[in-house]
Design a protein around this ligand. Structure first.
Ligand SMILES: [Mn+2]
Length: 422
């Protein structure tokens, strides 16, 4: 027969193994070493092994496929049904089946989640259906260094590595190739524009407006299919969407507060296995409230220090340097301060708000400006064409986006945006 080693208990030098063939469990004892999550062909007489053989390569793959067939997941999508999520569903369902299978066979799972509210919600969702090790990732790239660490962390066991809310870009490819070479499966659940890699779970494979379907939302759909409570997942997905300013689930003030607290925590705790701490904070009302107050106060304080300039025209432009009020990677981030000023100044007249630091310009604009034909991603695209030497990247949505300029050229780019808007 064929099965997977799903659990190991140690008794002195002896071990008790639990095997599953997908339908039934078998228990046997042995002092031989079989890694958790590995596949074996076996013959038992009661609890006594007659023959156990570790399977590798093609045989292991077949054994995996056979067990996966026996795994059932809930059909969906359950949290949000629209044209995009219907098309995404086969991908999400496959992901749920992989996770449910990993759980069934005791395959170790490792999460790397992006260090913001959306990334944290993704990790909350997945870790609610399967035990995982989890690490916060503050870079948008899965680096060779990360991959080597992950390969090193699991000796004989081949884990499933999940990258949440990052990793679709081409810069992550060399590291992913290393994982493959080491026989480690990975899954990328992301909603950032992707490069050559199509072996990802990413709404950009379906639509150009993919970023609205945040990683946290996707992870919640997957988790529901793999057994997470639907109501709980629906709430979590709303926080993820609030964090990334997506309106697909109609997130409200309560979710925005929670997202703000998660963003604040992630900015202060740079990386490590802190998902349980984040969970604790969310359940401790007193701690939560005081963090929320601090998070908001520090944004207000930073906003009060700005020297704001205005340019009147068909759209009013408000711009300010963030350089003296932020420090890179720390709270409050440029985006939150710019949003704060935008919210203070927003009204019925067309308005574009530009907050800039050394390398980037954050853009926020209102509905009236949108009606006049302005869009943050449109401005970014235009600049990429008109001043390619000055621009490193940029994009976003209609009403919110950012542009990365080459060092020393931010002022020129800012000037060009103002000219464009006159
Ligand atoms: Mn995100």
């Amino acid at each position: 027969m064929i099965g997977a080693i799903r659990r190991i208990k140690y008794f002195g030098r002896n071990r008790e193994y639990t095997l599953t063939d997908g339908r039934m469990d078998f228990v046997f004892q042995s002092n031989e070493s079989y890694p958790q999550g590995s596949f074996v062909s076996f013959e038992l007489s009661g609890a006594v092994p007659i023959e156990i053989k570790l399977l590798a390569g093609e045989e292991a793959k077949q054994a995996y496929a056979k067990i996966r067939e026996s795994v059932k997941v809930k059909s969906g999508p359950n949290i949000l049904r629209d044209e995009v999520t219907e098309k995404l569903w086969p991908m999400l369902e496959r992901a749920a089946a992989e996770i449910a299978t990993a759980k069934k066979i005791g395959k170790p799972v490792m999460l790397r989640f992006h260090g913001d509210a959306d990334g944290i919600c993704s990790a909350f969702a997945i870790s609610s259906v399967i035990y995982c090790k989890s690490f916060q990732q503050n870079s948008a790239v899965y680096s060779v260094k990360d991959a080597l660490r992950d390969i090193g962390n699991f000796g004989q066991e081949a884990p499933l590595v999940l990258l949440l809310d990052f990793g679709s870009n081409d810069q992550s490819l060399p590291a992913l190739e290393l994982l493959r070479a080491a026989g480690i499966d990975y899954m990328i659940i992301d909603h950032h524009p992707h490069g050559k890699n199509k072996d990802i779970i990413n709404p950009f494979l379906i639509t150009e407006k993919g970023s609205r379907y945040t990683a946290g939302y996707l992870a919640c759909e997957i988790a529901v299919a793999a057994g997470m409570d639907l109501e709980e997942a629906g709430q979590l997905a709303k926080i993820a969407c609030a964090g990334d300013k997506s309106d697909i689930l109609g997130s409200g003030e309560d979710e925005r507060k929670k997202a703000m607290v998660l963003d604040f925590l992630a900015a202060h705790i740079s990386f490590g296995n802190n998902i349980e701490f984040y969970r604790k904070v969310m359940k401790n009302q007193e701690l939560f409230d005081s963090i929320l107050i601090q998070a908001r106060e520090s944004i207000d304080e930073a906003a009060a220090k700005l020297r704001i300039k205005e340019v009147d025209g068909p759209v009013r432009i408000i711009h300010f340097s963030l350089e003296n009020v932020i420090s890179r990677g720390e709270w409050p981030p440029s985006s939150k301060i710019t949003t704060k000023i935008f919210e203070e100044r927003n009204g019925p007249e067309p308005l574009v708000v530009l907050g800039y630091n050394e390398r980037s310009i954050i853009i926020r604009l209102n509905e009236a400006a949108e009606k006049k034909g302005f869009s943050a991603n449109g401005i970014a695209e235009k600049l990429k064409q008109t001043m390619p030497d000055f621009i490193e990247g940029g994009g976003g949505h209609i009403r919110a986006g950012a542009i990365r300029a080459r060092k020393g050229f931010v002022k020129e780019v800012l000037g060009e945006i103002i000219r464009m808007s006159q």
